[in-house]
Design a protein around this ligand. Structure first.
Ligand SMILES: C[S@@+](CC[C@H](N)C(=O)[O-])C[C@H]1O[C@@H](n2cnc3c(N)ncnc32)[C@H](O)[C@@H]1O
Length: 307
C-alpha cells in the first residue's frame, strides 16, 4: 500500500509532492550511502525518500534557515503554533495591513516564523523575491487563513518532519548547485530539480539556458547515479534542452503528466509533462490498473521529442 506523501510546511513553485513517490521508487533501485539534493526547495523529495544521510542545499537562505531551526529544535511545533495563533488572530482582525506589516518586518530582519506565516498566507503560496532579495508576493486575501484546523495542519507537518530529521544524518546548507555537486563522491546519489528556465525568475531563481547546460555537463561528470527533474512539454511547446543535452543512449528519460497547483498566473497552471532523466536504467512503474496507468511514468527515447 502506498502511504500518502509526507507534506512539508513550506510551499514553493515546482514542488514535487506528486513526483516524490516515483523518485523514491527510482532511487530505491540504486544503492547509495548519501543523498545529495542541490536544489532541495521544500525538501518534499528527501522527506519522502528518507535517506539516512543527506546533503540538502539550496541558494535560498530562508528555506535552509527554517530547516536548520527545525533540526536544532529552535523552531518546534509548539513555537510555530503559538506564533501562528497570535499572528493569525491579528490577520483576522486587522486583515491586509497586518500581512504587509509582517512582510515588511521579514524583509527588514528575516525570521523563519515570519517566513512560514508569509508563505502560508500570501497569494497562492508562491515564493518570490525581488532583485534585492526582498519577499514581494502580495496578500492572499484570506483573513481567516490561520483558523485552528489550518494551524494544526501546519504544526503537525512540522512535527512529522522534525521526527524524520531527528533520526537521520542530514546537513542543510545554503549553496550554489556548483559547490554542492563538487562534493559528490562515488556512493552518493544526486537528485537535481533546478528552476525551469524562463519561469519564476527571481532573486533565488535566475535560471538561464547556460545554467541548464552547465548543470547538464556537471551531472554527466558525476561519479554516482543521478536523477534530473525537468519539464518535457506543455500544450504550447517542448523543452528543446532535453534533445540538446540528453539525447544519448547512456541516459534514460521518463515522462509523466503533472499539474501545478502553485502558480501566480494562468500560464503556470497549464498541465505539463514532467520529465525525469537518469544515468541508470529506469524502468517505468508496473501498471496494474487504469488509474495506475495514468500515474505511471512512460519511458521514451529522448530523440522522439526533438522540437
Ligand atoms: C524547482 S525548485 C525545487 C523544488 C523542490 N524539488 C521541491 O519539491 O520543493 C528549484 C530550487 O532551486 C533553488 N535554486 C535556484 N538557483 C539555484 C542555484 N544556482 N543553486 C542552488 N539552488 C538554486 C531555488 O531557490 C528553488 O528552491
Amino acid at each position: 500500500m502506498n502511504l500518502p506523501p509526507l507534506v512539508p510546511p513550506l510551499k514553493c513553485q515546482g514542488i514535487k509532492t506528486k513526483l516524490a513517490g516515483e523518485i523514491k521508487r527510482l532511487a530505491d533501485s540504486q544503492e547509495f550511502d548519501r543523498w545529495i539534493e542541490p536544489f532541495c526547495g521544500s525538501c518534499v523529495v528527501a522527506l519522502n525518500v528518507q535517506p539516512k544521510r543527506a546533503l540538502l542545499s539550496d541558494s535560498n537562505i530562508h528555506i535552509i534557515r527554517l530547516y536548520q531551526e527545525i533540526q536544532s529544535g529552535d523552531l518546534t511545533p509548539a513555537s510555530a503554533k503559538a506564533f501562528l495563533v497570535e499572528e493569525g488572530e491579528k490577520l483576522r482582525t486587522i486583515g491586509e495591513p497586518h500581512f504587509y506589516a509582517v512582510r515588511e518586518r521579514f524583509n527588514a530582519r528575516p525570521t523563519s516564523l515570519d517566513f512560514l506565516f508569509l508563505n502560508r498566507s500570501c497569494f497562492n503560496g508562491v515564493m518570490r523575491f525581488n532583485r534585492h532579495g526582498k519577499f514581494n508576493v502580495p496578500y492572499g486575501h484570506k483573513p481567516e487563513r490561520f483558523a485552528q484546523a489550518y494551524v494544526t495542519k501546519i504544526t503537525n507537518q512540522i512535527g512529522r518532519i522534525a521526527e524524520v530529521i531527528s533520526v537521520c544524518d542530514w546537513t542543510f546548507a545554503v549553496a550554489d548547485f556548483r559547490q554542492t555537486l563538487a562534493s559528490a563522491q562515488p556512493g552518493d546519489f544526486v537528485y537535481a530539480d533546478p528552476p525551469y528556465a524562463a519561469r519564476h525568475v527571481d532573486y533565488f531563481n535566475s535560471w538561464s539556458e547556460a545554467d541548464e547546460t552547465e548543470l547538464g555537463n556537471r551531472l554527466k561528470q558525476l561519479p554516482c547515479p543521478f536523477i534530473l527533474s525537468t519539464w518535457h512539454s506543455n500544450e504550447f511547446r517542448t523543452n528543446a534542452m532535453i534533445e540538446q543535452n540528453w539525447n544519448d543512449p547512456r541516459f534514460h528519460l521518463l515522462t509523466r503528466e503533472h499539474f501545478y497547483h502553485v502558480g501566480s498566473t494562468e500560464d503556470l497552471r497549464h498541465p505539463m509533462i514532467e520529465a525525469l532523466i537518469t544515468n541508470f536504467p529506469a524502468k517505468p512503474a508496473q501498471w496494474e490498473h487504469e488509474e495506475a496507468e495514468q500515474l505511471a511514468f512512460m519511458e521514451r527515447p529522448a530523440k522522439e521529442y526533438s522540437a
